[in-house]
Design a protein around this ligand. Sequence first.
Ligand code: NAD
Length: 301
Amino acid sequence: MAISFHNRVAVITGAGNGLGRAYALELARRGAKLVVNDLGGDLQGTGTSNAAAAVVQEICDAGGEAMACDASVTDTDAMHAMAQDAVERWGRIDVLINSAGILRDRTFAKMPAEDFDCVLETHLMGSANATRAVWPHMREQNYGRILFTSSTSGLFGNFGQANYGAAKMGLIGLARTLQLEGAKYRIRINALAPLAATRMTEDILPEDSFAKFAPEKVVPAALYLVSDDAPNGAIIGAGAGAFHSAWIAMNQPVVLDDDAMSVEGFAEKWDSIAQREPLCFPESGPEQSALILKALKQHSE
Ligand code: NAD
């Protein structure tokens, strides 16, 4: 059955370019009313342009409804004003996709503190700001779908991206707690680690693979994750038409006896402690604690 966003109101940050723009165009095509947010800066986050207004024009030309917001996601007051404008015009906010982002790549040894802070401020704090702005509206209307944009650099690490990786894994931490706090208000939270040919990747993807990695090939995952039937708490990788899940997992706890409670005792058990199987997938911190308590109980029996 066709997945519709008819009369849904969606806010997308960083929707003036790349992936955010592709999500906005498809959401509008499926009936959503859009707030297109984009500061319009360069890849490092400096400068401004009319990127948001240009996408709004594209949507309106195609018969859709949209409004532009050219504020930075780092501006808390502006994010609240953006949410307020959407609610005043359309009465609700159903979907938030946090896609705004910048890069300031360097090895950690050479990275100025300012570049570390600025990347965290944009990705992590920016996503928290936009989320904080829509959260009360979603709670009040008892419905919401929020997507955080993580990255393989956060989930698995990437040379030269300590700042970006820290921010992107921070977003997973944010998502995993909000998925718990939002559940009773029917707010579902998911995270996406995309791979697409945009200005962010033009230096690393070979030019002849640009069509293969078109942002449109990430759109099915992003839109499903903010649809009515979205899961809650998924971490999905998407690029070039391939999709996968990622998890935070743990193995079975190994319990040291009192007489082995030493650095040497730990070292002796290292192979079991580092063993990758069997794995379990706690849905919350308390679930992880429960698994530890269970292992302690089993050990003492
Ligand atoms: P992009 O540069 O094409 O788009 C990002 C947009 O965010 C730009 O239009 C930019 O102006 C906007 N933006 C930057 N700072 C902003 C701010 N402070 N306030 C508002 N808007 C701001 O890049 P993209 O590839 O479309 O990236 C989208 C998201 O996906 C980013 O969060 C990025 O980190 C993530 N991501 C992309 C890839 C990829 O392969 N392209 C891989 C992993 C993660």
